[in-house]
Design a protein. Structure first.
Length: 387
């Protein structure tokens, strides 16, 4: 009773915020659930029905043929061809059938269809059929095509994940992604932390101009700088007689692309640290490097962790930068590139796509849950400065 009363005492503003958060969670959860369910379904089921119908089964129309002349048997004055249209599809049930593609469900299962000229066809729910005629069957009558509506029970499989995990080169691509992502996350954080401290607590000419330049670089489109940077890499490689598409090259590329946002976030946090701590350290004779290493870095761990999440997610899921600066050969292909190759040239293998989505999010989820307690604290700490 107390909990109910306190619920109704919540103000309209807070209630609106809670409703918005709930709506965002539902909007995010529904497609995620759809991807998860689709990854456990068979390819044919994905094509014929949506994931929301997977728990109730699905119905699809397939074509089959009755037996030939050699299978006819005489029963009195009637010739009969019998068999089963669902041979090899045990566990499925037939709901309707028809003899024309325009009307594949003209008759319900168990009904006897009058096909004219004395021909009759009865198809039961288990797929068994009885095709009869008052005279001997001819080649024109036998082997007739029949369309049946087959009801498939809910069926889930791990074959899609086996295909993804056992695909050729997936293991090497996983190692390649880690080789790219870990240094490309650590390097910009280290450089940006030094730059953020300098822009926050060190006085030098042009500091305001550098801050404005950093903010302006955040909005520069990534695609606009790919080609000029790649040409620069190629020229340096030719000058040094070394390959341009190497791991250090893509580390530098991701560092350059992530640096502006890193400096911006870290500066907002470091600038909000208590001024008394920095001044007391300087009075005690500590240099800027000692202040940075012994005071600023430990206090800035929430901001460092929050940016590490963003940078890791971006680099791990990246495909464009990896293909441009690292290439697509098997020894350097990252996980996203290898999974993209499994989809085929037209990307129509939805069962591989959905399973790949969950394979790729395993590592980012581990990183997020390991650092998520610092995420909000690191993002919001620079919004209000201490006294």
């Amino acid at each position: 009773m107390t909990a109910t009363a306190s619920f109704f005492k919540i103000g309209p503003a807070r209630l609106f915020v809670h409703a918005c958060v709930l709506l965002i969670v539902i909007i995010w959860l529904i497609p995620t659930l759809g991807i998860f369910v689709s990854a456990l379904r068979d390819k044919d089921q994905i094509v014929v029905s949506g994931w929301w119908t997977s728990f109730a089964g699905s119905t699809r129309t397939v074509a089959a043929r009755v037996g030939g002349v050699d299978q006819q048997k005489q029963e009195g004055a009637t010739y009969v061809i019998a068999g089963n249209l669902l041979r090899g599809q045990e566990g499925h049930s037939l709901t309707a059938f028809g003899t024309r593609v325009q009307q594949p469900s003209a008759y319900k299962a168990g009904e006897t269809a009058d096909l004219g000229e004395g021909l009759s066809l009865q198809v039961n729910a288990d797929g068994s059929y009885r095709y009869s005629k008052p005279a001997a069957f001819t080649d024109d009558d036998a082997g007739r095509r029949v369309y049946v509506a087959v009801s498939t029970p809910p069926e889930f499989t791990l074959d899609n994940y086996r295909t993804v995990l056992t695909g050729e080169g997936i293991g090497q691509s996983f190692i390649n992604s880690l080789t790219v992502t870990i240094p490309a996350t650590i390097i910009p954080i280290l450089i940006a932390a030094f730059a953020a401290y300098a822009l926050s607590w060190m006085e030098f000419p042009g500091r305001a101009l550098l801050i404005a330049l950093v903010v302006g670089l955040i909005v520069v489109p990534l695609q606009m700088s790919l080609i000029p940077l790649l040409r620069l890499y190629n020229q340096v490689g030719m000058l040094l007689d070394a390959p341009s598409k190497t791991y250090p090259g893509i580390w530098l590329a991701h560092t350059a692309f992530g640096m502006p946002l890193a400096i911006y976030l870290l500066r907002a946090y470091i600038a909000g640290l208590p001024k008394e701590i920095i001044e007391s350290a300087r009075v005690d004779g500590a240099s800027d490097f000692e202040i940075f290493v012994k005071i600023v870095l430990p206090l800035s761990f929430p901001a460092l962790a929050s940016f590490a999440i963003f940078q890791f997610l971006w680099v791990w899921n990246d495909l464009l930068v990896a293909m441009v600066f690292l290439g697509t050969d098997r020894q350097h292909l990252v996980l996203t590139g290898a999974l993209n190759a499994l989809l085929g040239s037209r990307g129509g293998n939805w069962e591989i796509l959905t399973a790949s989505a969950f394979v790729t999010i395993i590592v980012p989820l581990c990183v997020f849950f390991a650092l998520q307690r610092y995420l909000v604290r690191g993002l919001l700490a620079g919004s209000v400065k201490g006294g």
